[in-house]
Ligand binder design. Sequence first.
Ligand code: NAX
Ligand code: ADP
Ligand code: K
Length: 562
Amino acid sequence: MISAFTGTQVREAEQPLLDSGEGAVLMQRAAHGLAAAVVRELQRRGRRIYGSAVTVLAGKGNNGGDGLFAAAKLASRGMRTTAVLTADAAHPEALAAFLSAGGRAHRLAPENAEELAVLTAGDDAIIDSVLGTGARGGLRGAAAELVSLLQELRPALVVACDIPSGVDADTGEVHWPVLPADVTVTFGGIKAGLLADPGEEYAGRVELVRIGIEHRLPAASLLRLEAPDLTALVPSPGRRDHKYSRGVLGVVAGSERYPGAAVLSVQSASATGAGMVRYLGPGSVARHVLARTPEAVVEEGSPGRVQAWLLGPGIPDPEPGEPDGDEQLRRVRDTLEAARAAGQPVVVDAGALGVLPARCPAHWILTPHAGELAAFLSRRHTARGEAAVTRDDVGSRPLHFARLAATDSGATVLLKGATTLVASPSGAVFSQSEGTPWLATAGSGDVLAGLLGSLAAQYAETAMDDDGPFAALGIAPEDRWAAAAAVAASLHGRAGSRASDGGPLTARALLRELPERWPAWGTGTRSRSVSMTGRDPIRHAAVLLWHIAAPPRAGGGTLSAT
Ligand SMILES: NC(=O)C1=CN([C@@H]2O[C@H](COP(=O)(O)OP(=O)(O)OC[C@H]3O[C@@H](n4cnc5c(N)ncnc54)[C@H](O)[C@@H]3O)[C@@H](O)[C@H]2O)[C@@H](O)CC1
Ligand SMILES: Nc1ncnc2c1ncn2[C@@H]1O[C@H](COP(=O)(O)OP(=O)(O)O)[C@@H](O)[C@H]1O
Ligand SMILES: [K+]
């Protein structure tokens, strides 16, 4: 699992060492890691180190100090080094070290910004050390102009020091302009803003350099599941399990207008391990569902026992002033009441988001995209006389609004996007980013909803217990449903990347990829390996053994009929 921290958390962890006079040592470690990353990246690209040119854009704080010390180290390896000092001052010791290593320094001013941009853009590498965790707001004045020009000139390699300047280390909010990095070398702890959009988009590959403060860090502000976590968390049946004990999912989805969402979500749930799927909806939709998933059970009256519910895919939003006008929405409301009384987990998607009560339990998982989250929050805010929230607001501050929705409603909130964020009402957040933009295709969210519903049904009985797999990974009880949703987001993203293979994909192709790759999600997808905490090796071994013992599936096959 990858842990990420706010800038404040990292600074607080550093403080005792700064107080005891070890700041210079920390900075040397950071600079050493930064210089090594530049060398590695140039070598990866087949560039010689000796004689290549690197420019450091250095601000006046410690971030600039890191960059100047790193450039001094690169100068001593024979690189041609230039510093562009973006402020009226620079870290004095670092600048002295840089100059005595043979570096040349220019002071940036409005008059020379264009000339320096052209000079710098042709270099083999640029180090962005203008602003770090001490930034307030973004680049201004000549520094903003220089970076805007550099953006257009597309430098060969940009390595950001700690965080791309202009990205908020705590939230991932972006103050433009920002120079997009190929690599961000971050110190002491990964900054949360590197794993949340829009900041993540500017960070490139993230590398963590340990500087000796790691054991002082508090609980992470943001977590990301990795392949070994999925291995531990994806459910697999015990030898004596039967279809009811494996988890039964009830689905209220689809409408005359959008029958496909019911088809896809039921098929997805059925293909991803639920022991049984019970479908509730209009007869015409049920016929489509059965045509694709004959193993689903269509319920006409009150359904048999279920462990969890999926409500809402393909159900239109409630009409203003007439929330109960629609037959499916009435079912959703009734089911929500029954599920609350029974303590059942519920996945709430699309139209069902419009009929939620003011307070929900944490085992209800909402799955909005940015537009749906904006509408959800706006309904609540305007009812209290507060300002509405737009889709753009959510797009520029997704971490803030996902957290707000979770704390305000009490539910777990999975906000879909390029990076999917899952906020627990406790404030903890998971961030998963294994997908591909090709996943932005109609029906892809319905597949996610079915997958998450299926997992919720399988997790409902015992997985959240203190001797279950989430506890074994050190996940706090109040954050386990958020982790469950993160498992779904991760599997969905990985399946999407495989189904796409760099090209367009359909929701049907995504469906085929999910179960086929069930045992092998961990391999071959982009993952940022940093640190793993508290994995239970015994359970891990047991799961692996099950996968080894399971017969290989036929190529392209799914567990359900297609
Ligand atoms: N504290 C430490 O000992 C360590 C800190 N490290 C580095 O230090 C950085 C944090 O250093 P600082 O606290 O000096 O913070 P910064 O280097 O981010 O810069 C803060 C300085 O920039 C100014 N400033 C803030 N916002 C600005 C803006 N929008 N435009 C222009 N100037 C602005 C401030 O007035 C302040 O002088 C980290 O990101 C990391 O790179 C590392 O060297 C590891 C050890
Ligand atoms: N640019 C992107 N990169 C990666 N994944 C994306 C991107 N855009 C959307 N997705 C994913 O695709 C899915 C789309 O869901 P949704 O918007 O509900 O679509 P629909 O309602 O049409 O099924 C979500 O899982 C989301 O995270
Ligand atoms: K920086």
